[in-house]
Ligand binder design. Structure first.
Ligand SMILES: Cc1cc2nc3c(=O)[nH]c(=O)nc-3n(C[C@H](O)[C@H](O)[C@H](O)COP(=O)(O)OP(=O)(O)OC[C@H]3O[C@@H](n4cnc5c(N)ncnc54)[C@H](O)[C@@H]3O)c2cc1C
Ligand code: FES
Ligand code: FES
Length: 474
């Protein structure tokens, strides 16, 4: 079960089954470099920012292997039980016979001190293994979580371009391993991994949360604060507690609390609600982080600038909380009660998110402004869901982050928009009302005045994006 008590954890590390006894929240990176003495995986920031610790994590799902590149400094080791972990050693490239990814980086002079290189090799190998489309744009996205301080990115991107050219055409993502084994991008043992995993014990399933137990999901918030706060506690892994399925139930979209940002961002059922989600996702963390970060973690972390929580507020999401007294459901906009405070009772956990069917096929816009465009948290973010009938607004929901102690649903502005004509005057009014409804504070992300002006501009931007209406500022 869960607990401070260590657990036996079995997984496949590169080509062999390994076992260790550890607290389930121990960072995978520490086990790789410590217990298993594989030092090529580098430790940089330990905050998910630099990508030096990137490894591949493979899971058997519906008879197929699904791999993703993740930052091992933020992966709790308990979560890799029953999975395949691939480190750069596991690619089995040598100086005489490097893998195509390693060869491309060398050929394009894509490495100087080399500290970032193992992470970049893993990110690019993950790209070849998992990218639905093999093009330069997707390669750049796959590298967005990798920082290189001394080479500069041009040679690394040239190496990516060479790999894209070399690997055309590539098989569908579900059948890509044989082709990559043939080019030696992956070693031959990859074909035996499904059998090795099948022989491992199944994941434990938890049905309750003992008092004082901390839920650990993707750990992209929790482990950033350092592992010690977790290692002193009993923990329950969200993967043992929550489903991660994304499915239609009676017309509503039900998202298991274990679903990750990346899974949701590309899921056809969610794209029916938010077709532009893959573009919006580019503004949210890096691919390595999105592959781990859950929606539930974004909601319960209760940061006033969480990105998905803002989007879900605008979408009118409801949340389902499971606990000792059974399941209860509430609109997400009633969950956060104050700064980092929420209506979560002892022994309860967030089990699922439900999107009412009526929200589908409406228009949704998301805006985020941060100090730098990518891999940064928002100064202000906002989302607008809107339903129109010709030139009249039938219903609207506006939510904003960074402007209040909680992720804020702007109820007054949303209600005022109902029935209004879709014109410049309405857009200007919406901006004014939104400014009046928020209470930002001045901090390193900007002054209070700046943030409320920024929110107003984002409201204008939503209407411009969705309806090409210019707000016509005085
Ligand atoms: C490099 C980096 C970049 C980031 N960029 C962004 C960004 O651009 N935008 C953004 O919004 N966030 C960003 N984050 C923050 C983080 O990734 C998100 O908040 C993420 O959604 C947290 O989810 P998690 O699964 O990792 O949560 P965890 O860290 O596992 O948990 C967070 C909190 O939620 C609780 N919790 C988790 N699941 C449940 C559950 N099912 N029931 C009850 N409680 C639960 C935990 O106990 C904890 O209190 C970034 C983080 C990093 C490291
Ligand atoms: S050490 Fe920097 S992302 Fe893990
Ligand atoms: S080569 Fe030195 S940090 Fe990238």
């Amino acid at each position: 079960m869960s607990g401070r008590v260590e657990r036996e954890i079995q997984f496949v590390l590169n080509d062999r089954v390994v076992e260790l006894r550890a607290h389930p929240a121990t960072p995978l990176l520490d086990a790789i470099r410590g217990t298993f003495a594989q030092k090529a995986t580098k430790e940089g920031c330990r905050e998910g920012d630099c990508g030096a610790c990137t490894v591949l994590l493979g899971q058997a799902r519906d008879g197929q292997m699904a791999y993703r590149a993740v930052t091992s400094c933020l992966v709790p080791i308990g979560d890799v039980a029953g999975q395949h972990v691939v480190t750069v050693e596991g690619l089995q490239g040598t100086a005489q016979q490097p893998t195509p990814v390693q060869a491309a980086l060398v050929a394009e002079l894509g490495t100087q001190c080399g500290f970032c290189t193992p992470g970049i090799v893993m990110a690019l190998t993950g790209f070849l293994l998992t990218a639905p489309h093999l093009n330069q744009d997707e390669a750049t996205l796959a590298l967005a979580g990798n920082i290189c301080r001394c080479t500069g990115y041009a040679p690394i991107l040239r190496a990516a371009a060479a790999l894209v050219a070399q690997h055309q055409p590539l098989a569908p993502v579900t059948d890509r391993v044989p082709g990559l084994v043939a080019t030696r991008a992956l070693p031959g043992y990859f074909t035996r991994i499904p059998q090795l995993l099948a022989d491992l014990p199944p994941r434990i399933r938890l049905t309750q949360l003992p008092a004082g137990t901390r839920v650990v999901a993707g750990a992209t918030d929790l482990l950033v604060q350092g592992p010690h706060g977790l290692l002193d506690h009993d923990v329950a892994l969200a993967g043992d507690l929550c489903a991660d399925a994304i499915e239609l139930v009676d017309g509503d979209l039900v998202i298991g609390a274990g679903a990750t940002m990346e899974a949701l961002s590309h899921h056809p059922l969610f794209l029916a609600f938010v077709p532009q989600m893959p573009q919006y996702a580019r503004l949210i963390a890096s691919q390595q982080i999105r592959e781990r970060a859950t929606l539930a973690g974004n909601i319960v972390n209760a940061s006033p600038i969480g990105d998905f929580v803002i989007l879900l507020l605008a979408l009118g999401a409801h949340i389902r909380l499971q606990g000792p007294d059974g399941m209860r459901e509430m609109p997400l906009d009633q969950f956060h009660t104050g700064y980092k405070q929420m209506d979560l009772r002892p022994g309860e956990w967030l089990a699922a998110i439900r999107m009412p069917a009526g929200q589908r096929e409406q228009r949704v816009a998301f805006e985020k402004v941060s100090k730098r465009t990518h891999l940064d948290i928002a100064s202000v973010n906002s989302a607008l869901w809107i339903q129109v009938d010709g030139q009249r607004i039938v219903a609207a929901r506006l939510a904003a982050g960074g402007v209040a102690p909680v992720p804020k649903f702007l109820r007054k502005t949303s209600e005022a928009l109902r029935g209004m004509p879709l014109d410049n005057a309405t857009v200007r009014l919406a901006g004014e009302l939104a400014r009046a409804e928020v209470t930002p504070i001045s901090d390193v992300r900007g002054s209070a005045v700046y943030k409320s002006r920024l929110l107003e501009r984002q409201v204008f931007a939503h209407f411009q994006r969705l309806f090409a209406i210019e707000e016509g500022l005085p």
